[in-house]
Ligand binder design. Structure first.
Ligand code: EPZ
Length: 423
């Protein structure tokens, strides 16, 4: 199994570009199946989860052609089945994003339960309820769920979310694009990637209003044209690199990003005493004149609140901040267990319950042999290892490759001592 070997304590400097957003790309790709024409997608991050999504398209009969770095032409005209392959469907939670286009275009979709992951059990009850609100009927067998649209296809309807869900919002937005009549989504999620997806679809002829707010209205159309769409910058990478700069650099520039997607996050860095400047599509991190301060409490929240995907990297910064901070992870029930690994490196974190941890800093971290529990915690361990005294190894780096393109090469370019050991 591949692992990273990291020498900690080296200063970083220079400039690092943010890649396309994983959580936009993983919806743009299935959304191209809503059209009956090819679509060119660009600024796509070359990451494991994207490659798996392409595998699913090919398994369905569609074609994916690489046109250049981060650029792919997706041709859905030869789709021959609406059944998502069992193994692929189970391996990648975001395989659920194919249900909407298959159901909307072909009137049916079959898929395995996408399974949970380390961060939580990740149910699909709201997906199923949402598609049924558009007239689909559900049948289950012991391996697959089968959704069948009523005769004449999906019908517009109204769906009220009992809790905010990003991918359920995106799924229903996609499905409603081709449903007959009007659809209303109440208490929809507001993440920037949702507004980006809606803008992609509107460019192809969809009629979506209100994406990015809690109330979205979609008027169904007969078909979508192809065209070309570009992935927005990854706000999670941007925030992660800003924390890396705060921990290890006197002069780091982060480019190709959109700081406006992280307003609340910047407030937390400011309160901790991080010295940064925000540009239109860049962020500059300079040496902080004084030690970082604890910030009392960190509460993750749906957008525009503090994004849960930056909770783990921010906690690494809090281990270096003077005082006590309560970290409250409100979205997922399994997203704090990595703190035990940070404690083995020398951090002082009390895990109060699955949703809350108390961080006491600053503490000196020392290198350890570790394993990445999940995507975002894995990246947090990379930050901690780059900071720690001595050598660390991180195994199960597939989890990190799922969401960060060529991360060791990009970090090495700004001075990090990190290598990938094969096998
Ligand atoms: C998206 O996940 C992101 N993934 C996650 O990023 C992100 O952490 C999350 O939104 C919250 O911002 C992608 O966009 C691919 P949810 P999603 O549905 O949509 C519950 C990363 O690290 N729920 O918003 O799957 C669920 O259990 C990933 O890049 C139901 O109860 O998250 C959770 O408690 C991790 N029933 C809450 O909703 C359902 O049918 C929010 O989850 C669906 C979800």
């Amino acid at each position: 199994m591949e692992k990273f070997i990291i020498e900690g304590g080296y200063k970083l400097s220079g400039s690092i570009a943010v890649a396309g957003a994983k959580n936009h790309a993983l919806k743009m790709i299935p959304a191209t199946l809503l059209s009956n024409k090819p679509t060119l997608i660009s600024n796509i991050p070359e990451i494991e989860d994207v490659l798996l999504m392409f595998e699913i398209i090919r398994a369905l009969g569609g074609e994916v052609k690489k046109m250049g770095k981060g650029k792919y032409l997706i041709d859905p005209r030869k789709i021959k089945t609406t059944k998502i392959p069992y193994e692929l469907g189970r391996k990648l939670r975001t395989s659920v994003m194919f249900i909407a286009p298959l159901l909307a275009r072909f009137g049916k979709a079959s898929f395995p339960h996408p399974g949970g992951c380390m961060i939580g059990k990740r149910p699909i009850d709201m997906f199923l309820a949402g598609f049924q609100a558009l007239g689909a009927r559900l049948r289950e067998d012991n391996e697959y769920y089968h959704l069948i649209a009523s005769r004449g296809g999906l019908k517009g309807g109204k769906y009220v979310f009992r809790k905010s869900s990003v991918t359920v919002t995106e799924s229903l937005l996609m499905a409603a694009t081709l449903a007959k009549g009007k659809t209303e989504l109440i208490f929809a999620a507001c993440e920037p990637e949702i507004a980006a997806l809606a803008s992609d679809l509107n460019k192809q002829g969809a009629k979506i209003k209100g994406a990015g707010t809690h109330n979205i209205e979609i008027t169904g159309v007969k078909s979508l044209k192809g065209g070309s769409i570009k992935c927005v910058p990854d706000r999670i990478e941007c925030g992660t690199f800003a924390i890396l700069g705060a921990l290890l650099s006197d002069d780091l520039k982060i480019t190709n990003c959109n700081p406006a997607h992280l307003e609340v996050f910047w407030l937390h860095l400011k309160k901790a005493g991080v010295n940064f400047t925000l540009g239109k599509d860049w962020v500059k991190i300079k040496k902080s004149p004084r030690p970082f301060k604890a910030i009392g409490d960190v509460i993750t929240h749906e957008y525009p609140g503090l994004v849960t995907d930056l909770q783990a990297p921010l906690t690494v910064l809090l281990t270096q901040s003077k005082g006590i901070t309560m970290v409250h992870e409100t979205i997922f029930e399994g997203r704090l267990f990595y703190t035990d690994i940070l404690n083995r490196m020398g951090a002082d974190i009390i895990l109060c319950d699955p949703h809350r941890a108390i961080v006491n800093g600053p503490t000196k971290l020392h290198g350890k042999d570790m394993e990445s529990p999940d995507l975002r915690a894995g990246m947090a361990l990379v930050l901690a290892a780059l900071l720690a005294k001595g050598t660390s190894t991180i195994a199960n780096i597939y989890q990190i490759d799922r969401g960060y393109e060529n991360i060791e090469e990009r970090l090495s370019k700004i001075g990090a001592k990190i290598i990938r050991q094969e096998g």
